[in-house]
Design a protein around this ligand. Structure first.
Ligand SMILES: [Zn+2]
Ligand SMILES: [Zn+2]
Length: 203
């Protein structure tokens, strides 16, 4: 696993950006920016004239697409080649209570980059609803993951205890169970392992 040393040979500006990943202020700011970002895309989509069925289809397709992105990003970026994202994710595995998040505005920037070609292809309204749905999926993931590690007492009431055990087992075995909010893509890609560890053995 990568270490979390951010003082290596990388340029100073890059190291300053990377140090944000480990800042508790950034953790809170990122949450606020991303909730506002998703709301902004959905509102922009609602303000465009679009049939209701198409609106719903675009939001649901976007939300479902996030589930696949969650798997891909976690497996092949968080546990992929050496990078800032991999170092940040290694810090989460080293200390599951550490408040590690992407730099604020990074996810929003990525959402805009996805929106631009989609808007050119399918129109601004459908693109906004799709990206808003995917962004809502991202926020759902971030919230569920935050609750798993910081508010365990809420998990049974929210019906998330099984998913928590599944995520716990990923913390034990980092080659399996890359989904956080669902198990679908682990089953599809053959990395699903039944959850089997207790809360107390979680790192
Ligand atoms: Zn975790
Ligand atoms: Zn992981």
């Amino acid at each position: 696993m990568d270490g979390v040393n951010v003082t290596g040979a990388r340029p100073l500006a890059f190291r300053r950006i990377e140090s944000l990943v480990y800042s508790p202020l950034n953790y809170t700011l990122t949450l606020l920016v991303d909730v506002a970002g998703a709301a902004g895309f959905l509102l922009a989509g609602l303000l465009k004239p679009l049939p209701l069925g198409l609106r719903l289809l675009a939001v649901v397709a976007g939300f479902a697409t996030w589930g696949l992105l969650e798997y891909i990003i976690h497996r092949w970026v968080g546990h992929g080649r050496p990078s800032m994202a991999r170092r940040g994710h290694a810090a989460h595995h080293a200390d599951a209570m550490a408040r590690v998040a992407s730099p604020a505005f990074m996810i929003l920037g990525g959402a805009v980059l996805v929106w631009l070609p989609l808007a050119a292809l399918a129109g601004a309204g459908a693109a906004s609803m799709f990206v808003g749905g995917a962004y809502a999926g991202y926020n759902h993931y971030a919230l569920v993951h935050h609750i798993m590690h910081h508010h365990e007492q809420l998990l049974p009431r929210l019906g998330l205890d099984r998913l928590q055990r599944y995520h716990d087992s990923h913390h034990q075995n980092q080659t399996a169970n890359f989904g956080v909010t669902q198990t679908l893509w682990d089953r599809v890609f053959g990395t699903y392992r039944p959850e089997r560890v207790s809360k107390t053995s979680r790192s």
